[in-house]
Design a protein around this ligand. Structure first.
Ligand SMILES: [Fe+2]
Ligand SMILES: [Fe+2]
Length: 294
């Protein structure tokens, strides 16, 4: 199991690396990374092959029907009952076999993201969002089909696949691309119906959003960051303006503000989870119940 989970870690990191490389040209307005040598995110060619194969599978399999079924399955039962810190530790045990020289563990990534946000003086709710944003990867423990329904950039299903999604040609293998409704600009949606009313490809973002939307006191922007942090076609490429509305514009700034902390904090100094636990346990208490139904 560990070898498989290490693969998830590798795919997830490779996806982030490619996004980090693509994001270099943006004015990100974060401060913590201003002195960083971003050439360290350099395994582009290697990552590209891995990422391309990953997306080839994901883009073929994330159909409208799959997404309906994923949500039906989600609502059918509770997969686990545990607190936030326990969930972080659980996610961390999954990467025991990963190479410590090249990968940071999940708990490190979560803490590094939160710490970078904290260092930049961002609000507590944003720090705690940094702390939990990838906990949806627990999905991998709860019987996901593979990696393609857990990690990677997300996109809208139920309408034409945007050409601003990474590797757009790989959607040729998705049956929805030939469907008479799903292949149209609006598909099953109304113009400017808002992201609240569209279905995003299933993965750790969407799963965690559904878990936490009624089990936290996070502000709307915090939940939006969790739900849309992998929705690069929208938050970076500006796609889907025919479906979004003014409420989406409001949260877009928060999602964009969060992105560099997710992408660039991986090269920060190592963190000591035990030393940071008191501070973050206090934050967790402010925003989440003691036990969460996953
Ligand atoms: Fe993520
Ligand atoms: Fe992340």
């Amino acid at each position: 199991m560990h070898a498989v989970l290490t693969n998830l870690e590798a795919a997830s990191d490779a996806v982030d690396e490619v996004n980090a490389l693509k994001g270099k040209i943006w004015d990100l307005e974060s401060h913590f990374d201003s002195s960083k040598d971003k050439t360290q995110f350099r395994r582009y060619e290697e990552a590209c092959d891995r990422v391309k194969n990953f997306y080839k599978e994901q883009h073929a399999k994330q159909t409208f029907e799959f997404n309906i079924n994923a949500r039906v399955q989600f609502h059918k039962n509770t997969r686990a009952r545990m607190g936030i810190w326990e969930a972080m530790e659980k996610l961390n045990t999954l990467v025991d076999d990963s190479d410590p020289d090249t990968d940071v563990s999940q708990i490190e990534h979560l803490l590094q993201t939160a710490e970078a946000i904290r260092r930049d003086g961002r609000p507590e709710w944003m720090q705690v969002v940094g702390l939990v944003h990838d906990l949806g990867k627990l999905l991998y423990l709860f019987g996901s089909e593979g990696q393609w329904d857990v990690v990677g950039d997300t996109f809208v299903v139920g309408c034409k696949f945007s050409d601003r999604i990474i590797y757009p040609d790989t959607f040729d293998a998705n049956p929805d691309s030939k469907d008479t409704i799903f292949s149209t600009d609006y598909g099953v949606y109304q113009p400017n119906c808002g992201l609240e009313n569209v279905m995003l490809s299933w993965g750790h973002d969407e799963y965690l959003y559904h878990v936490l939307k009624n089990q936290s006191t996070l502000p709307e922007e915090g939940l939006a960051i969790i739900r849309y942090h992998s929705f690069y076609p929208w938050h970076r490429e500006g796609a889907y303006s025919h479906l979004t509305n003014t409420a989406d514009e409001k949260v877009l700034a928060a999602v964009r503000a969060f992105n560099p902390y997710d992408l660039y904090s991986k090269s920060d100094n190592p963190v000591d989870p035990e030393a940071l636990k008191p501070y973050y346990s206090n934050l967790i208490e402010k925003y989440f119940p003691e036990v969460i139904e996953w």
